[in-house]
Design a protein around this ligand. Structure first.
Ligand code: GDP
Ligand code: MG
Length: 304
């Protein structure tokens, strides 16, 4: 319960104890730019403009994490993403920087601005999982086991790295095999079938699920001159494999999928499905109390 305003005679004596009464919030003025005289006009159509204004001010946050065995090309892929057209304009990137071996979880962030919209893109690079343990006797490949657990918590986008090391037939065959393995093992990947909202979604996402996934990509942090243009690529005795050329690999497809077509949906599924499921589970586990903080849980586990 809130106390009423402090009486003036007590004010001096209590000034150290009682905070000053809060000022009344300023009541916003009626919007003036809208013609409110239109018969039957409610103004629902202004919602889009209101959302746009708010988004322009606050910007977007987007987080991606790359996981997989050591030496797979994860760090290179992260760098490729930042050096590709996503952040060509970013000046903070040192083009000569070498990619060190990843020994800890590392977040690389860039604020990218385009057309007045700000996006804080954070890519989390991880050391190769399984590097520290002896998994020779595992029944099941570690990445399948890993994905099975992760698919309940985050959106998984499977990627085949170093696609330039495969022939076209091998690539097609490998893509099919990965799709089959994911299905047989009940691993759900993004975009999940059950979250397609309508027929249009379904048609678009079916194409991605059946043709694009897993994206076979090539990463590189080196630029070469091709037809008068500087492009990211890998130089081979047979020519330059261009990272962003769709006839060479699917990197541009992956980037466009993640950023240009599905970014908002990825965020919504993470927030509305994954986070809510996690929250409900933690509340249940905790007998209805708010979830413990991560630190508490870690301390708790390390004490066991
Ligand atoms: P990480 O351990 O998964 O982070 O792997 P790195 O990004 O450090 O890459 C390991 C090695 O693979 C490096 O020598 C890279 O140059 C090389 N590499 C990375 N991406 C590709 C690729 O798409 N094709 C080829 N052929 N080699 C790659
Ligand atoms: Mg690495």
């Amino acid at each position: 319960m809130f106390k009423g305003p402090v009486e003036s005679k007590n004010e001096a004596a209590m000034s150290e104890l009682v905070p000053e009464p809060r000022q009344k919030p300023v009541v916003p003025m009626k919007p003036t730019g809208i013609n409110t005289n239109l018969l039957g006009y409610i103004g629902i159509d202004t919602i889009i403009e209101q959302m746009r204004k708010k988004t322009m001010k606050t910007g977007f946050d987007f987080n991606i994490m790359v996981v997989g065995q050591s030496g797979l090309g994860k760090s290179t892929l992260v760098n490729t993403l930042f050096k590709s057209q996503v952040s060509r304009k970013s000046s903070s990137w040192n083009r000569e920087e070498k990619i060190p071996k990843t020994v800890e979880i590392k977040a690389i962030g860039h604020v990218i601005e385009e057309g007045g919209v700000k996006m804080k893109l954070t890519v989390i690079d991880t050391p190769g999982f399984g590097d520290q343990i002896n998994n020779e006797n595992c029944l099941r490949p570690l990445d399948l086991e890993f994905m099975k657990h992760l698919s309940k918590v985050v959106n998984i986008i499977p990627v085949i790295a170093k696609a330039d090391t495969m022939t076209l037939e091998e690539k097609t065959e490998f893509k099919q095999r990965v799709r089959k393995e994911l299905e047989v093992n009940g691993i759900e990947f993004y975009p999940q079938k059950e979250f397609d909202e309508d027929l249009e979604d379904k048609t678009e996402n079916d194409k991605i699920r059946q043709e694009s996934m897993p994206f076979a990509v090539v990463g590189s942090d080196k630029e070469y001159q091709v037809n008068g243009k500087r492009v990211l690529g890998r130089k081979t005795p047979w020519g330059i494999i261009e990272v962003e050329n769709l006839t060479h690999c699917e990197f541009a497809l992956l980037r466009d999928f993640v950023i240009r077509t599905h970014l908002q949906d990825l965020k919504e599924v993470t927030h509305n499905i994954h986070y809510e499921t996690y929250r409900a589970k933690r509340l249940n586990d905790n007998g209805g109390l708010p979830p413990m903080t991560v630190e508490t849980e870690e301390n708790h586990e390390s004490n066991l």
